[in-house]
Structure formats: C-alpha cells, structure tokens
Design a protein. Sequence first.
Length: 622
Amino acid sequence: MRRATTVLLTAALTTGGLAAIAPSASATDIRPRDLTITVTNIGPEHRTCLIDADLYIPAGVSSSRRAPALLATNGFGGTKADQADLAQGFGEQGYVTLSYTGLGFVDGDRCPITLDDREHDGAAASQLIRFLGGDPSIQATDDATGRRVRIDQVVREDARTGTRYDPQVGMVGGSYGGQIQFAAAGYEKAAGTNRLDAIIPLITWNDLSYSLAPENSSLPQGTARSGSVSASGTGVFKYQWAALFTTVGVANGVQDLGALADPAAFSLFFQQAANNCANFEPEVCTALAEVAAVGYPSQASIQYLRSNSVASYMRDVRVPTLLGQGQADTLFNLQESVATYTALKRQGTPVSLAWQSWGHSNSTPKPGELDERNPAQSLEGRAALAWFDYYVRDRGPAPAQGFAYYRDWVYEETGDIDEAYASAPSYPVGSEQTFYLSGSSVGGTDGSLVTSRTQVVPGVSAYSNLAPIGPNYTETSALDQSQPVTDPPESAIRFGTTPLGRPVDVVGSPRLTVHLDAPSVARAQAAGPAGQLVVYAKLYDVGPDGAIELPNRLISPVRVADVTKPVTIELPAIVHRFPAGHRLVVVLAGGDMAYRGSTTTQPVTLATGPGRTQQLTLPVVG
C-alpha cells in the first residue's frame, strides 16, 4: 500500500517544484553518505524509529573549517532522494545538508505516518538537529561501512545560546516537507532549546482540517486575514484529493475518481481504504470511514487534523519564516498562507510571504523562478540563500520582510521572471471594489453585476444540486486539469458584468455576501451538517467569445449553518487580470466533481432588489 501511494503521489504531492528525481552524479557533485539514524522516545508511545538519511558535506568543509547546515525532508510519499538537487545546489554555497525520509514512508522503518505532528515528526526532526550539532547520544551508522557517525563539521552556537549541541541550521522543503518545519520549530520552542534558526516552508497547510474539508463561510472574522482558516462550521469534504492518498495508481486514477461520483461506490471506496489503513495513524482511517458513512468529518476528526497543523501551535513558531505558496494549488490554497503569514507577523515572528506560480496542481516553476541545483541563478533560490545567509549564517544584509506575488500576464508579455513578480511591504495590497447582484440580464447569465445599488433591479434566480458529487466540473485534483469548466443547466446561477472597459487586476480573496432562500433546507438544518446547505462559489473570467477561465480552477465550498440569514463567503485568493472586453461572472453552484456534497435535494433561489444584501467585493490593484 505504501509503495502504491508513493508511486501516485511523489509527482503530485511531494514538493511541487522541489520534487525531482535524483540527478546522476557528476565529477563536481558531493558524494552523500548513506546513514541510518536512530531516534528514540518518539511520541507518547515512546517509539524508536529508524531514519534513512543522506549527509552531504561540501568539499573543504571539515572539523577545522566548519559550515552551516540545512535539514530537509520529503513531501508526502517521497524519500530523501527528492532533496538531492537542493543538497548539491546549497552545498556549492557552503551548506552541509542532511536529507532524510520522513517517518512512515518507504524507508524500511515501521513507524507510522503521523501527518507531521509535533510529538512525533517534530520530535524526530529535533533529534536530527541535535545530530547536526554533534550530540553523541544520537546514534547514526554509515550504511556502507557500518561505523558510527558523529558530526563535527557544522558550526556550533552553544557558547552564544547556552544550549548544548546547537548547530547553525535551517530547514527547507515543501508540502509535507514544509509543515514538518513548523512542527520542528514548535517542538524546539516548547522544549526551550530553540536550536532551529530559520525555515522556508513551501506550498504547505495552515490547518489540515480546512485543507481537506474547507468551510469558507465561518472563518474567524470571516476571512483568512484574521490569521486563521479554522472555521467554526463543518466543511465540505475534498474527496478527490483524499482519494489520491488511497487509490491504487496513476494509470487508473482518473477512471477510479470518476466512478466515485456514485454514492455507493464512494462509500465502498473509503470503507475499503479505512480497512486497509496501510501505515497511517488510526485516526486518519477513522476519518475516512466517517466520511464514507455520513459524507463529512466528525468534530473529533476535525480536531485531530487541526492538531497536526501549525494553526494549533502558532505561538510557538518564533523562528524567521520565509513562506512560499502556490497560486496553482487546489490542495493548499493561498488563504492558508495568508492565515499563517498574518498570525506570525502579528506575534512578531520575522516573516515574508511569496505567492509563486507553481503548486500542487501545476508543479513546474517558470524558467528562472526556482532552480534547486543552481539556487543563485533563480529568483526563489536567491531569496532562500539571502534568508539562510542572514538568519542561519549570520552574514549579509537583512532580507526584506514583505509580500511578493507572480503575475502571469506580465510574464506572458515580457518573459522576464523578475518583472513578473510584484512586491509590497505587506499583505493585503490595493483597494476594494464592490459590485452588486442585480436581476437585469447580461447575455448568458441569470443576472448582472452592477457598480451601484441604484442600478439593482428585482429578479429571482434558481438552481439545485443534482448529485452528491458533481456534475459541475471546475476545481480538480492534480491528476486531471484538462476538461473544460462546466455547469449543467439548473445546477448553477451566474451574475456577470458588462464587458470591462479596462483591465481589472485582482490580488487576494474576493468576498461574496448573499441571502439565499432554501425552505426545505431551513426545515432540516437543525439536524446538523447533514441537513445544512452546501454551496460552491466561484469567479469566472468570461471572454468575448464566451470562453470560460476559472483562475487556477479554484472554488470556495461552504456548508451554511443557517440559510435563513445572509452569508458571507470568502472566495479563493487569486492573482489574475480580467482583461478589457472580458466579463467578471460570479457563480453559485449546487455541486462539484472535487467534493462530496449533500445527499438530499436542495432547491435554492436568490432574489435581488430592495432589502436584499447581495454583493461581490474584489481586492484590486492599480
């Protein structure tokens, strides 16, 4: 099971642009030492785990000429080999790198996958940091020679910090290999040792319960800018991505996911996955079984997923943090990085945020954006070097703490990756522009988006869900992004602007406030999540020829706790130019192929006119 999962997910879930097949060695490459490192007393079970690691020591580095160090691990389903380019590239910049296979993956060790929690994954990483600091109690064996290995080539900071076995060390990695950095930092802070000097987590989560079952109408203060995406309501299960963790392989993955649109097949699939728990902690399989049975996770499962997330211990993350999040990412969206960035900044942790072009849904960086093997020759590589040089190595100028974001329309015009990135002192940027939903018709839509309340005219639009899964096709997992965006008749309602007179550049999360009418849901919602209204909100870019673009195929699912009241939905954060001549179209749908929605029919109407709050607010720049 673990091997099948690895085959499927190494490309899609590891670290996006950071995931690569280990390159063939050249004459100048560092030859890594293959180590087995024993970590002990892990978690409340007091487990002993064997870590498979590669140690890269650059030429010229020795006990008399020490160097700073980096610790890196794989994304979900990967191995230590995924960081080979990184180790070589940063090795040429003078960094010792210890790359290791995370707990529970294909490394010959039977310790389970614990979803990057502090007490297991964080504790293991902490011991590896101590190993880099020369701690002789951490047993490491060279697999080639069978000899014990002790590190004395890494710069120590014991005298300055007062902490024994304290190396100059940073961590870097993406996705699963990004969250582990928070777990390590949190563990070290809670222990009072604080050996970790800086981290660069890429395309990772803030709250795993939000990632896998998002709910965008009950975020704290209504927005990720509150510093949290931990919704108070029960989310909508992101079944396609969850299925990728348990399906049998890439070859038949798309076919399997399509078959799961049938509720009976869906239930059987996840029940089988729960019964064959592979190497996961039991709580993961419990959550799968719950969703198969009732269609949504229990509060216990939500709390378990949240506990394995930086959201649950943010106050303990005090190390300088360079965040990178992917615009092309339907697994961990930009709102998760907004929450983490905001919370860290608010508590005084040095932090900078970059929204890059690539993510889980498209893992290929643009030319010049990220080159692990030659970091000094790429934009993100130079930023990482500057971060580590200052905070780990204690040299060079302090890097700026701000917000940067990739603009695809600039790159298409110039081909220059540096020009394509804009920067600002902090997030958010720009100003807000508000449109109002109106009943007057704009071609191809149910109603209009107008710029003044005085332009709003009465109207009524209606839709319903047609199946628990789908038939609307918009956001999808990384397996397939090729099919056109579709909303079958009676499954969605749309409100659009007239053709834009000038481009509108959106950077951030739009907000949609609507008052919906669903009498049958109002009667059933007191029973809890099973009776509540499930809605999918999205923002289309519709061209003059009617072609639909959904920016990075991102949508916003919600489970409305009380349909009798207006609800504000935070839409996915995007960086997108709506060109002149195009139309902005906001859509509300009853289903989506990527999610498990309601199993009961939910007819919905939306009325515009006096006394109704129906509006769309856009964050715009320029």
